[in-house]
Design a protein around this ligand. Structure first.
Ligand code: PLP
Length: 294
């Protein structure tokens, strides 16, 4: 089946989809994005992703290229044209095309690009059976990690280092020795006392939409939740560790820098939260604030 993309009002064959060389996304990484998973034809947490896109746009003083509702319709039409039931949609908005000048252009129209990708398995069986490994790297990113910008060079370097080390993800460590988050995911532990711990939102992390849903689902199940920072030593001594993102949901982390987390096996809390998220999407695909039964 032909692959389609969307660029500024037009659905185009993926091969022909392009933006101008003076697009500010290309010149300055002056743009923001979202990734939304599609499971059995339902968008996961679409409302939450639209809300965060609005926040990113506001923080960078960019207008919506189209209304959030229209954007959702474009996303839906794109997956329909691509014949995708399970996959992900990538949405990117930049400040537009203008002669290269650092200052905001006076009259540029935002660029809107959407691409869709089929996913045959969101996780490989062995990743769920054995968990994945992470390495740790210094967090060298800028001071506004709360904005989901396309300026992703530090995560690119971190992910490359992880790949070269045979690891799935890199957890970034701040100057105080605390885990900020993964290069493209949030970081979690489950303590010996069964407390679910993840770093609180601030300008040091991206407040994951999956993170927010998992926090809500954990609380709805009566799990004690603590939003606080933790060290690598605490993660290694924890009962479980996991990471979360739109594409991984909750993924067990069983090794950090080659050392086992807890007993080195995926834990029951992680796997229950992963299932809770999948159930939530199956029942309440677009309503991120929808209450899920405990
Ligand atoms: N943290 C970072 C740095 C990310 O890039 C991502 C996702 O790409 C996340 C966290 C997870 O966010 P979400 O759950 O909204 O995908």
């Amino acid at each position: 089946m032909a692959r389609w993309a969307y660029v500024n009002g037009r659905y185009l064959p993926h091969r022909q989809a392009a933006v101008h060389v003076e697009d500010r996304g290309f010149q300055f990484a002056d743009g923001v994005y979202e990734v939304v998973s599609l499971l059995d034809g339902r968008f996961a947490d679409m409302d939450g992703h639209m809300e965060r896109l609005g926040r990113s746009l506001t923080e960078l003083r960019m207008p919506w290229p189209v209304s959030p509702r229209t954007l959702e319709m474009i996303a839906r039409e794109l997956v329909r044209r691509n014949g995708i039931m399970n996959g992900s949609v990538y949405i990117q908005v930049t400040r537009g095309v203008a002669p290269r000048d650092f200052k905001f252009p006076a009259d540029a129209k935002p660029t809107l690009v959407l691409t869709a990708k089929r996913v045959t398995a969101f996780a490989k069986p062995e990743q769920l059976e054995k968990g994945v490994s992470v390495i740790t790297v210094p967090d060298i990113r800028w001071g506004r990690c709360d904005i989901k910008t396309v300026g992703l060079l530090a995560p690119v370097l971190a992910k490359q280092q992880a790949a070269e080390s045979g690891a799935y993800e890199a957890w970034m460590i701040d100057a105080d020795g605390l885990v900020t988050e993964g290069s493209s995911s949030n970081a979690w532990i489950v303590t010996g006392e069964g407390r679910v711990v993840t770093r609180p939102p601030s300008n040091r992390i991206l407040n994951g939409i999956t993170r927010l849903s998992l926090l809500r689902l954990a609380a709805a199940r009566g799990l004690p939740v603590e939003e606080r920072s933790f060290t690598v030593a605490e993660a290694l001594a924890a009962r479980e560790a996991f990471l979360s993102s739109a594409g991984t949901f909750a993924m067990p982390v069983t090794r950090i820098d080659g050392k086992p987390v807890g007993d080195g096996k995926p834990g029951p809390v992680t796997m229950a939260l992963r299932q809770a998220y999948l159930d939530y999407v199956a029942g309440h695909g677009t309503g991120s604030m929808a209450e899920t039964p405990a």
